[in-house]
Design a protein around this ligand. Structure first.
Ligand code: ATP
Ligand code: MG
Length: 316
């Protein structure tokens, strides 16, 4: 009995609070959502941006994040029960931008049975024996599930573009390595994502945009604090030297693959609390756009359930 006068005040308040939360999530996510790549410039996004939330709002933002996570839990339950849509969340970033932390926090309330996380590292020899989408296609989320890619096929227009030697290592026939190869890859990726969308897989892509200065700060704390040493690899420092090339590759990738159905969120990543809030908002916004509901029980099924109930209670 939603929206009637007989609705108890508490429930009405909860419904309003939820609507407010969804509206806020939409407003925040929308600010960082790129649906038309043509106009996108990376320099327009400040990694230190916190929108209208100031440092002193941090406790409220953290509280809102907890509420958001609770809302996400409910949405995921319906996604799972409905078993029609699936959601693919792709995370890309420079090292130490906070991919792992964002995934861990935002998905903390989600039922592990309905969520799958895959990390894509440098390809193995088996993976190099296939086209580059192969390893990712095998990990696509089943219907009703949320799939998370920690790095993805986007590495093919990022790290592989920055390191031409990786392309040379891919065992491609020389005839297909033309000067159009990056344009071809953008086109193939966009077509693949269109195909997924047309099959009920909702694709959302996140670039956690950290500044070079903040990355240095995080690297130093990984070096200085023994319990963080394991997170640091000396390769991270080498990749940092190629910062400009990576930023160009990210910009070009986003410009060529951001679409209305499959947008990029360019999330400021110098403040972890803010990054997590925006990612949660974008995931909530995506799920709440799906008109999710628990499967409807028809009259015949209701009758069957009533009969089973009577049998269980011995009243039949
Ligand atoms: P962490 O936060 O733990 O550092 P990570 O995602 O950086 O997580 P690593 O094992 O450090 O994980 O790095 C994986 C590396 O694999 C990255 O440098 C990434 O660029 C690289 N990689 C991923 N896909 C490809 C690919 N297709 N070709 C070459 N390198 C790739
Ligand atoms: Mg790394």
């Amino acid at each position: 009995m939603v929206g009637t006068k007989s609705q108890p005040t508490r429930l009405r308040k909860l419904t309003m609070k939820r609507k407010e939360l969804l509206d806020q999530a939409h407003k925040l996510a929308d600010r960082f959502c790129i649906t038309d790549g043509k106009k996108f410039r990376l320099k327009d996004i400040d990694p230190g941006d916190t929108a209208w939330l100031k440092e002193e709002h941090k406790p409220q933002a953290e509280e809102a994040l907890q509420e958001g996570i609770a809302a996400l839990t409910g949405l995921q339950e319906m996604l799972y029960a409905q078993d029609r849509w699936s959601v693919l969340l792709i995370f890309q970033a420079m090292d130490a931008a906070g991919k792992d932390g964002a995934i861990k926090h935002v998905m903390s309330g989600v039922n592990p049975q309905g969520c799958q996380v895959f990390s894509f590292k440098a390809p193995t020899s088996e993976e190099l024996d296939h086209d580059y989408l192969w390893r990712c296609m095998r990990c696509l989320p089943e219907r009703g599930r949320i799939g998370i890619f920690n790095r993805s096929y986007y590495e093919e227009t990022l790290v592989v573009r920055v390191h031409p030697e990786y392309l040379a290592n891919q065992k491609l026939p020389p005839q297909v390595i033309t000067k159009h190869i990056w344009k071809d890859r953008f086109e193939d990726i966009s077509n693949f994502e269109k195909y997924l969308t047309r099959n009920g897989v909702i694709v959302r892509k996140f670039f956690l945009h950290v500044s070079k200065k903040e990355q240095l700060k995080r690297f130093l704390s990984r070096l200085d604090e023994p319990e963080k040493n394991w997170k640091f690899s000396s390769a991270d420092a080498t990749e940092r030297e190629l910062w400009g090339d990576y930023m160009d590759a990210y910009e070009d990738t986003i410009r060529n693959t951001a679409t209305k159905d499959s947008p990029w969120y360019v999330v400021p990543a110098d403040n972890k609390w803010f990054t997590r809030t925006v990612v949660a908002a974008a995931v909530i916004d995506a799920l709440s756009s799906l008109d999710l509901h628990f499967p409807k029980v028809d009259a015949a099924k209701r009758k069957e359930l009533a009969e089973v109930r009577d049998t269980l209670l011995g009243t039949k």
